[in-house]
Structures are given as structure tokens and as C-alpha cells.
Design a protein around this ligand. Structure first.
Ligand code: FAD
Length: 306
């Protein structure tokens, strides 16, 4: 029986593991892919105190730090079910049942992909998903933002201050972002908004992005835009499908947590991109992971009656 069982091995899970292990309690980490989204990241320039690193190095450092403590790491195992109780049960996809007095859920999220030719080939070579992370890499260049919801319009506003030109491409006839964001967007001189447009392909020269094609949905005409970067902003999907019906999720599928990382089930805490906490960033996930582990510890010392 674990005192704290952490599900997820990204920045949030790793931080939770370190904080729990340092309390001298029995700590386990169950992760489908230790390292998480960072493994897919090229440059990381905003993790405070580390001026510059890359994803694989950052992930290796996370693992090394966790492994310097007594933590039972169960990598390449997916959690499939959580059953609440005095002892909380986590069942893996392989059918194993793990028991814990407290659980920290840190299963993260994934960017929704547009699934057009060129997207996978040029991921990290011009195709990006996080304007806070990768925006500065496109300083002075031309970029497109795909998606006209709040995140797409925010990204376009953010990028317009850095890059030479932004083309915002929305599939529907109108943008779906809040009116105040749309007003701000339309006030910017270096932004072009194209609606009723379906992105069909991202082009490149074999090494990096050189443009994209879209179909005008009203005329079926195929158009091309030359540019150096494409930000896909059509949604972040929390990895919480396996928890539906078990605990409270927001309408976007994020695990609802309070300021201590407490979920709707006693003894179950959550941290990082899978939760309702805004701004999905490494530095935030790490802080939230630490917080959830401390809350789990607090829960244990208050409920331990053996
Ligand atoms: P994740 O990193 O998503 O980790 C989730 C973990 O849970 C993984 O180990 C996963 O395998 C595991 N998991 C998922 N489901 C299950 C399950 N059912 N059972 C068991 N394990 C499961 N942020 C920055 O601050 N700076 C950047 O420069 C930056 N660049 C980015 C670039 C890219 C391309 C991407 C995709 C993201 C970037 N981000 C960046 C965002 C950052 O990576 C995330 O905010 C951060 O990784 C969130 O950490 P997390 O631990 O909450 O989740």
C-alpha cells in the first residue's frame, strides 16, 4: 500500500514525487511515459533559473531528481480506473490493482492536432502549439495561428507583438473568441484574419515550414500563404477520459481542484495541465505538483488512525 500514489510522470508528477518522498512516506509513480509533454519540446527558455535547455535534457533531469529518492517508478503503465475508498484503488490498463492512502492525479494534457499533411513532419520545425513557449523563436518572422477561439485569438495578439505578421485562420464563418479579444485583434495592423477557411496542408522545404494551404470554404478555391511558423490553437485536451463519472470535471474535461489541489474525492489530489488551474506551463505544473503532494501529506497526518 502506497502512502501517496502519483499518476503521471510529467513535471507535475515528478515534483509531487520529490515532495512526497522527502516526507519519508511510501511514494509510487505510475506513468505511461515518464517525462510527459516535455519529451516533445525542443527549446525550453522559461523555466525560471534555467536560462535555456531542451525537452529531452529537462525530462532526463526530472527523472534523475526523482530517482535520487526512494520512489517506486512504474513506467509505461497506464491507469484505467480509480475507485474511491479508505484505500483508493487504481487499476492499470494491464489489470494490476494498486492501493494507496492518497493519490495525486497528474496525467497532463495533449494539444489537439489538425491532422493535415506536414503537421507531424514539421512539429518543432515551424509547427508549434504553445505561444508562451515558442513565440520568441519566431521573432520578426511570419506566422499563422490556426483557430479563432479564445486561445487562438490570444495567441495571435501575443504573437503580433513579436513577429512581423500573423495570419489567423478560422474554420467557421466567425471568430469564436470573446468580443473584447476580437476588438483588440482587429486593432492590430500586422494581423490578417481569414474566416471560413480550412487548412489543408503545411508546406516545408524538407527541414522547416515554408507555408500553408487552405481552402476557402465558400468558393472551394485553394489558397497559399508563405510563412515560417504555424501555431495550432484548436484546443488542449486533458488526459482525464478515464476519470469521467468518477470525480468532478469541468465542461472541458479538466479535473476541478481547489487552492490546495483537492479534487471532489477525499484523499485524491490533482496537479498540472489535467486540472482547472489556468496557464499550462512547466513552472506552474511543478509548483502545483509540489502543492498537491504537501496536501496529500497533510491529509495523511490528519486521517492516519492506525
Ligand atoms: P504532462 O507533461 O502532460 O505529463 C503527463 C504525464 O502523465 C505523462 O507522464 C503521461 O505519460 C502520463 N499519463 C497520461 N495519462 C496517463 C494515464 N492514464 N496513466 C498513467 N500515466 C498517464 N511549457 C513551458 O513552461 N515552457 C515551454 O517551453 C513549453 N513548451 C512546450 C512545447 C510543446 C511542444 C508542448 C506540447 C508543451 C510545452 N509546454 C511548455 C507545456 C508543458 O510541457 C506542460 O505545461 C507541462 O508538461 C505540464 O506538465 P504535467 O505534468 O501537468 O503534464
Amino acid at each position: 500500500v502506497f502512502d501517496v500514489l502519483i499518476v503521471g510522470g510529467g513535471p507535475a508528477g515528478a515534483a509531487a514525487a520529490i515532495y512526497a518522498a522527502r516526507k519519508g512516506i511510501r511514494t509510487g509513480v505510475l506513468a505511461e511515459r515518464f517525462g510527459g509533454q516535455v519529451l516533445d519540446t525542443l527549446a525550453i527558455e522559461n523555466f525560471v533559473s534555467v536560462k535555456e535547455t531542451d525537452g529531452p535534457h529537462f525530462a532526463a533531469a526530472l527523472e534523475q531528481h526523482v530517482k535520487s529518492y526512494e520512489v517506486d517508478i512504474m513506467n509505461m503503465q497506464r491507469a484505467a480506473k480509480l475507485v474511491p475508498g479508505k484505500l483508493i484503488e487504481i487499476t492499470t490498463a494491464g489489470g494490476a490493482v494498486l492501493k494507496a492512502k492518497s493519490v495525486v492525479l497528474a496525467t497532463g494534457a495533449r494539444w489537439r492536432e489538425i491532422n493535415v499533411p506536414g503537421e507531424k513532419e514539421y512539429r518543432n520545425h515551424g509547427v508549434a502549439y504553445c505561444p508562451h513557449c515558442d513565440g520568441p523563436l519566431f521573432k520578426g518572422k511570419r506566422v499563422a495561428v490556426i483557430g479563432g477561439g479564445n486561445s487562438g485569438v490570444e495567441a495571435a495578439i501575443d504573437l503580433a507583438g513579436l513577429v512581423s505578421h500573423v495570419t489567423l485562420i478560422e474554420f467557421g464563418a466567425e471568430l469564436r473568441a470573446d468580443a473584447v479579444l476580437q476588438r483588440k485583434l482587429h486593432s492590430l495592423r500586422n494581423v490578417t484574419v481569414i474566416t471560413s477557411a480550412q487548412t489543408t496542408e503545411i508546406h516545408g522545404d524538407g527541414k522547416k515550414v515554408s507555408g500553408l494551404s487552405y481552402k476557402e470554404r465558400n468558393t472551394d478555391a485553394l489558397k497559399q500563404v508563405e510563412l515560417e511558423g504555424v501555431f495550432v490553437q484548436i484546443g488542449l485536451v486533458p488526459n482525464s477520459e478515464w476519470l469521467k463519472g468518477t470525480l468532478a470535471l469541468s465542461r472541458h474535461g479538466e479535473i476541478e481542484v481547489d487552492a490546495r489541489g483537492q479534487t471532489s474525492i477525499p484523499g485524491v489530489f490533482a496537479a498540472g495541465d489535467v486540472t482547472t488551474v489556468p496557464y499550462k506551463q512547466i513552472v506552474i505544473a511543478v509548483g502545483e505538483g509540489a502543492k498537491a503532494a504537501l496536501s496529500a501529506f497533510d491529509h495523511l497526518i490528519r486521517s492516519d488512525d492506525e
